[in-house]
Structure formats: C-alpha cells, structure tokens
Design a protein. Structure first.
Lengths: 573, 63
C-alpha cells in the first residue's frame, strides 16, 4: 500500500523477485469497539428502573471519566467527537441506503435528532462548554442535563454513548497484541468511571459488564475493525469470511448460559452472539444482524482502504481470545490481499451450505463434534474448518515475524487441546474457562442448567467492578492465562498506541487539550492563535510515532511549532 | 464432557499431567484446595436471590 514503509509492504506479503510466496503477517490497521452492559449497582434501583435508566447511566459513565478523571486533563472539559465524513448508510455492495428507508438505529451520524438515543444529543453551542464550579456530583448533574455523551480521550480512544450503552472505541493499532493492550485499557477506564460515580454524592452508582446480552432478547456488540486493501472484491471477502467467522467461536467464544435469544432453552453454548446472527450479509447492526457486515466507512482514503466491520464476535475478557480473534482474522484478510495481488486462490474453499444455521449448530455444541454441511456436500466440524484455515495460513506466513508465529502457535496448540478434550483448554479459551467454572459450581450445588444461579454466574462473570467479576477471580487465582502486564495496561489508559494516527491524536489531546475542540478518527481540529486548523489524516499510519519523528513533529511542543511542522509534513510526499 | 478440576487442566479430575500444563501455558493452582477456595469466594460475591438478580439484569439493544 502506498504510504506504508517498504518493510511493512514486504511484511504484508508483496511478491518478491522470482515470484516468492506471500509472507503474511498479522500487521494491519485494526481496532476493537466495545459496548458495555450498564446497570444500577444498587439492586433495588436496578429492579425498579429496568432498562429505563440505561441512557442516563450511560451518560453518567461517559461524563464521569471524560470530565472528572484527573488523568484526562482540565476538570469539566472534554474533547468533542468530530463526526467528519461518517456515512453509516453506505453499503459495501455499492449503494447508499436511502435515509428514509433506513431504520432509525442505522442513522448514527445525525447529530440533532433528539429521538435517537444513539447519537450525540448535545445542543449546538456557540461558545465553549463550561462546566460549573462544584463537586463531582455538580459537574455530573450539569453534563447529564446537557446530554454530554461523547469524548475523545488522551489515549486516542472514543468514549461515548451508543444505543443506550457506554462504548469504548479503542484507538487504532497495527498488531493483535497492541489491540489486547488497548482493549484492556478500556476495561480500566470503565472501572475508573464506576469509581468516580460511586464516590459522587447523590449520583447513582453504576455497574458495567463486558458481555453481549441480558438474556432477555437484547444484544450489544463487541466489534472488530480491520483495514483491508480496497482492491479485494467484497464478494471474495464475504465468501472467505463466512466459514471462518462461523467457526472461530470454538477458539474465541466467551460462552453463555441458555440457548435462544432470550435464553429460553436451558444449556450452555460457545458464543454469546450466535443466536442473534440472522443473516449472511447485510448493513444492519441492531436487528437482522449479519455474519458479514457491509458498512463501508473507512475513516480513511476510500480509494485505497476498506474498513471491514465485524459484529459477530463476543466480548472477551481472556486476553488470548482477543489476541487470536484479531490475529487470525487479520491473517485471513492478508491471504485475501495476497490472492488479489497474485491472482491465485490461496485459501481453501470451505463455503457452507447455510452459514447462519452453522453459527448456531457450532455454538450449541460444547462437545465440538457436530458437523455442518458445506456447499459441496462435505460435513465438517468447526475444528476441522479452523484447522484448514490454520494449515493454509501457516504455509503462507512470514516465518520471521514474531507475532505471526505466536498467533499460529497459539491457534495450533489450542486446536490440539480442543480436539483431544475441550476441557483441556480451560486456561486458554474463554468459553471453556466459563464452562469449567459452571460445571464445578453445578456439581457443588447440584444444579441443572435451568437454575437461575447458573445464569447469575454467567452474568457476574463479566462484571467489571473490582472484586465482583468472576473472570477477574479466575485470573487472580491463576486459573486463566494472561498475555500483557498490568503496567502496560495502566500505561495504555493515558498513552495512545505508537503505531497509528492515534499517537498524534492522543499526543495533541494530552499536551494541548484546551486547544483541541474536537477530534475524530481521520480529523483533528486545533484552535491556534489565528484561528482553527482542521488536520485530515486519510491514512491511519500517518501520525504514528515513527511518522511524527520522521517529520520532526513533537505533539508536546508548542502549538505554533506543531502546526508549522504538520503543514510541512502533509504537503511533503 | 468430563469434569475438570481447576488445578489441573488435564485428562480427568485427579490427573495432573505436566505435558498438558506446559501446553496450556497458564498458571495452575497448587491444589484442589485452591479450586474450592475459589468457589467459596464466588459464592460469597454472588447475590443471594439469583432469580431477582437475573430478572433485573435488563438492557436496551445495542449494535
């Protein structure tokens, strides 16, 4: 890709002289966005409010961290979101869904319609937003009255209210491990927000859950985003991803008590999202959810980049699951890009006869022995489908690339364990860790799967409050593995990833917050002495630490110097 | 599927196979006591009325 360094291009699998085989790596601009479950912490308030407080509580959560955490700069002040050219209606199959035909929940970019809880409800202001003097409760009362519902954080993340949930949209990264760190930072931010609310007098205490369903028919997502070369035909992406995404839950599913969208059938399944996937391909994200989403908003040069928006994944607490989710999918996409460059088919043909049914069949079978029919008549298990992907990608991988090697090794080791006996993978696969705990709990209390105590264990698994979450207890006890250190996570709360434009965004917000009225993925507005400047970065790799260094840009230098250097940098090749 | 003790992600409830531990990679408990302690701890943080807890966990749909 133009704009990438030579070594990045080589890593991404360019054919060398003599037609050398592709050398695929996991390296790619990507990111995770997580919608949290949000409830009153107080059980009486919770029972009384139902989901009626979701929007208010979400605004409190967002405001608490963005306006009041000392790490986020001046008290009561936030960097607003710049919607830029967000066009959620543009469909990757080539058309723009007419606004009138769209379901209101698809219209995430309309900023003034007060009927849509998913959008920025701020009244437009002519002057600066000035929080009142006073304690945290005073500021929160002010911010929730004004429906202040989003902010850009100093680590480059977007922290906002989306569809009645607080959402952490992690800053862009280029590696799966970086994605784990950035994602875990979001959990920490969620905890800090809860802490601020708990300490504020007269403000409801909130509990946040990193999960995907309330077991009553509502589902909310943890979405992955991958920048893909625009040259790869979308049809080919769909064809390759359907069997891959349908089967990867054996590795990365988070597990769920109850089958069906309302958990009406007792039992346990691999994925918390499986029952909510109703279509193969489509634009919707809140109903009729598709395995492959066609939203086409690259937040980057659309001529070169497509942003693939994956909505089928579960919220993961286990770090190796997040690592594999991003790393394996990135490798599949790398293979598709290599196919495009070489004109040769590199991935095996594993087209399923009925992908939507397969997602459920696989999810509902913790023994991993169920087969799903392929279009060509074969019957394969999910493990076999995943193994076929692994084998193909291992043959194409860059043997020198450390992260790629780790992904392939983890993938293989875990498939080996699952093939022998799924329960062997309890420390490395989230659904197995959850199932293992549930089975022990069931045995101890003599429960069957319909017992509400098991549903409670499932829900409490993902409680993010200190000392309450059951996954956290497993981690503390050493029953599940970790990949990254608490120090790295703490660092990532306030420091943006170095590898993408998040570095510049976060650096400018950290050093010059008062002069950054707004920022988005591909734009930042700086208010200099002579007026406002809007920086557009149509390539997510521009603005990385190495790019800044090459162009003599230090985001922490005085603003005039930074602006001069940026002007020079963006006009130079 | 076979029930596994948390201290030995291995073949059966009482087995502790070193090769599996190296493959599984995560730290393991020192003893069955550790696993039971964990269940005790879990029991202590769970709400006493599971039905009410589960019933009151309600969300609006998201993306």
């Amino acid at each position: 890709m133009s704009g990438a360094s030579t070594s990045a291009a080589a890593r991404s699998g360019a054919i060398g002289p003599g037609g050398a085989a592709p050398a695929l790596t996991t390296e790619r601009v990507m990111g995770i966005e997580t919608e949290f479950g949000v409830l009153h912490a107080d059980l009486e308030d919770r029972a009384r409010a139902g989901a009626g407080s979701s929007i208010l509580l979400s605004h409190l959560v967002v405001g608490a961290y963005a306006l009041l955490d000392p790490a986020e700069g001046e008290r009561g002040r936030r960097v607003r979101w710049d919607y830029g050219d967000e066009t959620p209606l543009r469909d990757a199959r080539g058309f723009e869904l007419q606004r009138a035909a769209a379901h209101p929940s698809q219209l995430t970019d309309e900023v003034r319609d007060a009927h849509l809880p998913s959008v920025e409800l701020d009244a437009p202001v002519s002057g600066p937003e000035v929080a009142p003097e006073g304690d945290d409760a005073d500021v929160l009362a002010w911010s929730s009255q004004r429906s202040i519902g989003n902010a850009v954080l100093r680590n480059g993340a977007r922290w906002y209210v989306d569809h009645a949930h607080p959402e952490y949209s992690a800053p862009e990264v280029t590696r799966a491990r970086e994605a784990v760190v950035a994602d875990r930072a979001g959990e920490e931010i969620a905890r800090r927000a809860m802490g601020i609310l708990a300490a504020a007098d007269g403000i409801p205490e909130v509990a946040l859950y990193k999960n995907n369903t309330d077991g009553k028919g509502a589902s909310y997502g943890t979405h992955e985003n991958f920048l893909v070369d625009r040259a790869v035909p979308f049809d080919r992406i769909v064809e390759a991803l359907l069997p891959f995404l349908a089967s990867r839950q054996v590795l990365v599913g988070a597990g769920r008590v109850g089958l069906g969208t309302r958990g009406q059938e007792p039992g346990f399944q691999l994925s918390s999202r499986a029952d909510f996937m109703e279509a193969e391909v489509g634009l919707e994200t809140t109903l009729n959810r598709p395995i492959v989403n066609t939203r086409d908003e690259p937040h980057a040069d659309p001529g070169r980049f497509r942003r693939l928006h994956v909505i089928i994944g579960d919220a993961n607490l286990l770090e190796e699951s997040t690592f594999l989710k991003l790393g394996t999918t990135s490798l599949v996409l790398a293979a598709l890009e290599a196919e495009q460059r070489t004109g040769t088919r590199l991935l095996p043909d594993l087209a399923l006869a009925d992908p939507v049914a397969a997602v459920r069949t696989i999810s509902h079978d913790p023994t991993l022995r169920a087969t799903v029919p392929l279009a060509d008549g074969r019957e394969l298990t999910a493990l076999q489908i995943q193994r076929a992907h692994l084998d193909a990608l291992a043959a194409l991988a860059d043997a020198e690339d450390e992260e790629t090697g780790q992904i392939l090794r983890s993938w293989g080791e875990i498939l080996d364990l699952l093939e022998r006996d799924p329960m062997l993978a309890a420390s490395r696969v989230e659904w197995v860790a959850k199932l293992s705990l549930l089975e022990r709990y069931r045995a101890r209390h003599g429960l069957d799967w319909s017992d509400p105590r098991l549903a409670m264990v499932d829900l409490q698994f993902s409680d993010l409050r200190e000392g309450r979450g059951l996954f956290d207890k497993l981690r503390t006890a050493g029953a599940v593995g970790t990949l990254v250190s608490p120090e790295e996570v703490a660092d990532a709360v306030t420091t943006a990833p170095a590898s993408t434009r998040a570095h510049l965004r976060g650096g400018l917000i950290s050093a010059h917050g008062a002069h950054v009225p707004s920022a988005g993925w591909d734009a930042i507005t700086l208010s200099g002495p002579a007026g406002g400047h809007r920086l557009r970065l149509a390539d997510p790799r521009l603005g990385s630490a190495s790019w800044c260094s090459r162009h003599g840009i230090d985001p922490a230098a005085d603003l005039d110097t930074v602006l001069d250097a940026l002007r020079r940098a963006v006009s130079a090749p | 599927m076979s029930q596994q003790s948390l201290n030995a992600p291995g073949g059966g409830p009482d087995e502790n196979s070193p090769e599996d531990e190296s493959l599984t990679g995560g730290q393991t408990f020192a003893s069955v006591q550790g696993a039971d302690d964990l269940l005790d701890e879990i029991d202590s943080v769970l709400e006493s009325n599971a039905e009410t807890f589960v019933r009151s966990f309600v969300q609006k749909g998201g993306q």
